[in-house]
Design a protein around this ligand. Structure first.
Ligand SMILES: [Zn+2]
Length: 259
C-alpha cells in the first residue's frame, strides 16, 4: 500500500472528498457479480460517495488523501456467521476429539477454571484482530459475558451480532435459565444505543437446553423481535438425518415454537 496525492486537473469539476482509494479491482455490493478494474472509491464523512473509473475519479475529485492499491482487490467486509470469539484463547487445546468428549472432558472444565469478563475481553480482542486481518468486519458470536464481547468489538470498530447465551446448567457467568436471560437482556439494554452492536438469543444446543427454556427463548424472541442463534446441525450425529430421536424431536419442536 502506498499513499500520495492524486494529480489535479484545472479543467475538471473538483469535488472535495476525504479519501480516494485507487484499487486494481473493486467488487461492489451493487451491481452484484461485477468486478471493476482500475476503479477508485471516493469517501466523504465516512461514507462511499462514488465508485468511478480511476482516471474519471482523479478528474472529478480532490481528496485529502489517496491510497493506491495496485495488485489489490477492495471488497465489502466479510461476515463470520458463527463464532465463539473468546475461545481463541483455547486454540490448540484438546483438538481432534468427538464433540461431547471435547465438551465434557476438556472445554467445560477449562471454562469453569478460566472464563471471566477479562478472559472474554482479551480473547475477543485477539479473535477480532485475526478476523479483521482476514477481511471479516462483522461476526455473529455466542459466548458468556456478552458485555465483554461488545466492548472488544467496539474497541476494534467491528460490527457484532452478540448471542445472549442460555444453558440449563450453571457456569461462571450465570446460575440458571432465568439468570442467563436477565443478565443477557440487561446487557442488551446497556448497549442499545451502540450502532455497531446488535443482539440475538442464543440457546446453546438441544443437548444443553431443555424444553421449558426453549419455550421461554421462543416467547422472548417474538416479544423483542430478536433472532435466535443455536447449534442445531452441529455434527453428523446431530443432523436431521441422524437416527437420534432426540434430535428429530427437537427439530419438530423448534418448528412448533416458531424458530
Ligand atoms: Zn459453535
Amino acid at each position: 500500500m502506498t499513499t500520495g496525492t492524486a494529480p489535479s486537473d484545472e479543467n475538471s469539476i473538483s469535488i472535495k472528498v476525504d479519501l480516494l482509494i485507487e484499487a486494481e479491482w473493486v467488487i461492489p455490493i451493487d451491481p452484484v457479480g461485477v468486478t471493476l478494474t482500475h476503479h477508485s472509491i471516493a469517501i466523504k464523512d465516512g461514507k462511499i460517495v462514488a465508485i468511478e473509473p480511476l482516471h474519471e475519479a482523479r478528474r472529478k475529485f480532490t481528496p485529502d488523501e489517496t491510497i493506491e492499491l495496485p495488485g489489490h482487490v477492495v471488497l465489502p467486509g466479510l461476515v463470520n456467521l458463527h463464532t465463539h470469539a473468546a475461545m481463541s484463547l483455547f486454540r490448540g487445546y484438546a483438538d481432534d476429539l468427538p464433540l461431547m468428549q471435547w465438551l465434557n472432558d476438556k472445554v467445560w472444565p477449562a471454562e469453569a477454571r478460566l472464563a471471566s469478563t477479562k478472559f472474554v475481553l482479551d480473547g475477543t480482542l485477539l479473535a477480532g484482530a485475526e478476523l479483521l486481518r482476514g477481511g471479516v468486519t462483522c461476526f455473529n458470536d455466542m459466548y458468556f459475558f456478552p458485555h465483554a464481547t461488545a466492548t472488544a468489538a467496539t474497541q476494534l470498530g467491528m460490527r457484532a451480532s452478540i448471542g445472549l447465551v442460555v444453558l440449563d446448567f450453571p457456569t461462571n457467568y450465570a446460575t440458571d435459565t432465568s439468570d442467563y436471560l436477565s443478565k443477557g437482556l440487561a446487557c442488551r439494554d446497556e448497549w442499545n444505543c451502540e450502532s455497531l452492536i446488535t443482539f440475538n438469543l442464543a440457546p446453546h444446543a438441544p443437548y444443553t437446553v431443555g424444553d421449558k427454556s426453549f419455550e421461554r427463548v421462543g416467547m422472548l424472541a417474538d416479544q423483542l423481535n430478536l433472532g435466535i442463534h443455536i447449534h442445531l446441525h452441529e455434527t453428523r450425529m446431530r443432523s436431521p438425518t441422524a437416527s437420534s430421536s432426540m434430535v428429530s424431536d427437537r427439530l419438530s419442536d423448534s418448528a412448533a415454537w416458531g424458530y
